[in-house]
Design a protein around this ligand. Structure first.
Ligand SMILES: [Zn+2]
Length: 398
């Protein structure tokens, strides 16, 4: 997907938020119908059936008819895709769309009717019921028939064109790289490079702590609290932007330089999930500590470093060239002689082999083991059946 910043006028901003509300309403209605459905009512209404229900609802309610039919229908199509992903076990259950968190909608139409280029730097997009909205051209517009418009928590609007860019060509040198992902060093490469994903600076972290304290003290619903919340969202948004930028640059760089990229086969989704509550046998209404706070901190570290994102983007940019290696013992095994013992790892940073005396950065040693990839686990990549009408979905093997 290629994404561009949108600059709506204040009036258009309000009209676009209204479209977001409609899309969210239709999605939540479809989700409610799906989750409340019982078998005695017959088969669950499919996309076509829901579209007919939408037409009936639009005839009955003025406020719904005032919105765009395209936007409302595409919300149903998105929900249909979410159900397909859920049944294919590539995604989890569709969830409720929340105001402030899920602000976005999708429109379709030929590019000729939707986009007009104004000059080298600006274009305008026709948004139904809103009008022509200005778009900043930060790159060439890819050919697409489907556009997703979103607003993030820091009030920035973006338009994404549903076009999957062609994969990056392999250099053809036959070179292999191993990537070891970690918390302090985001990615250690088998060639000795240590990459760190930038987050918030020291001063920004201090400011975030300070703002969070002010938020906790603020009166609910007050204007000051709202301003503090916006400032916190801005900081979080900045950290997320930097993380994304790092993931994109690192994945492109690796895909260009190496023929084969080997990574650990870690189930990040499982690792970052909330720990199970532990019941207390002696007191049935109480819970025992389950390490949730400790894990939450680790989760932030993992997610901030964008582990999962890095591998997903690598697989999308260099399909068939990413291999997942069994991560067992990669950090304890000597990459020179193969001696495997937990004592080899002196501490978090240093690896010293007890058998041959090889000394190296612990993460680089692990990356070399991953590059050697003795145990390349063959994870099946699910082939994608694509309808030309559907928004293209990137292939993932997760
Ligand atoms: Zn050794």
């Amino acid at each position: 997907m290629s994404r561009f910043r949108m600059f709506p006028t204040p009036a258009q901003h309000g009209a676009m938020l209204e479209q977001c509300r409609h899309a969210r309403f239709v999605w939540n209605l479809a989700l409610e119908q799906w989750s409340m459905w019982t078998s005695d009512k017959g088969p669950t209404p499919n996309f076509g059936g829901q579209c007919r229900q939408l037409t009936a609802a639009r005839a009955a309610f003025d406020w719904l008819r005032a919105g765009s039919q395209t936007v409302q229908q595409q919300a149903l199509r998105d929900f249909d895709q979410a159900l397909k992903n859920f049944h294919a076990r590539t995604h989890r259950r569709p969830t409720w769309r929340k105001s402030g968190r899920h602000e976005g909608f999708r429109i379709v139409g030929s590019q000729a009717s939707r986009i007009v280029k104004l000059n080298r730097k600006w274009a305008q997009v026709l948004v139904p019921k809103v009008g022509w909205v200005r778009v900043r051209l930060s790159r060439a517009i890819p050919p697409a028939g489907s556009y997703r418009i979103t607003r993030d928590r820091t009030d920035r609007w973006h338009i994404a064109f549903a076009a999957i860019p062609p994969p990056i060509l392999a250099p053809g040198t036959g070179e292999v790289v191993g990537v070891d992902r970690g918390i302090t060093i985001s990615a250690a490469l088998s060639n000795g490079e240590l990459l760190v994903c930038p987050g918030l600076s020291e001063t920004e972290q201090v400011r975030l702590k300070h703002l969070q304290r002010r938020l906790a003290r603020g009166r609910r619903g007050s204007n000051r609290r709202r301003r503090v919340r916006a400032a916190i969202a801005k900081l979080h948004g900045r950290a997320a932007d930097r993380g994304k930028d790092w993931v994109e640059k690192t994945s492109t760089d690796l895909a260009r330089r190496y023929d084969v990229i080997r990574v650990e086969d870690l189930r990040v989704a499982r690792m970052t999930r909330r720990p199970k509550p532990r019941h207390d046998a002696a007191r049935p209404d109480q819970y025992r500590p389950n390490g949730r706070r400790a894990k939450a901190k680790l989760n932030r570290g993992i997610l901030a470093n964008g582990w999962a994102n890095l591998v997903t983007r690598l697989e999308q940019k260099s399909p068939g060239r990413v291999e997942k290696v069994n991560p067992a013992y990669t950090s304890q095994t000597c990459s020179v002689c193969g001696h495997c013992a937990p004592e080899n790892r002196k501490n978090q940073a240093v690896f010293r082999c007890l058998a041959c005396g090889h000394e190296a950065n612990a993460d680089v040693n692990a990356a070399v083991n991953i590059a050697a990839g003795w145990a390349v686990s063959a994870r099946r990549e699910t082939p994608l059946r694509a309808s030309p009408k559907r928004e293209p979905q990137p292939a993932t093997s997760a």
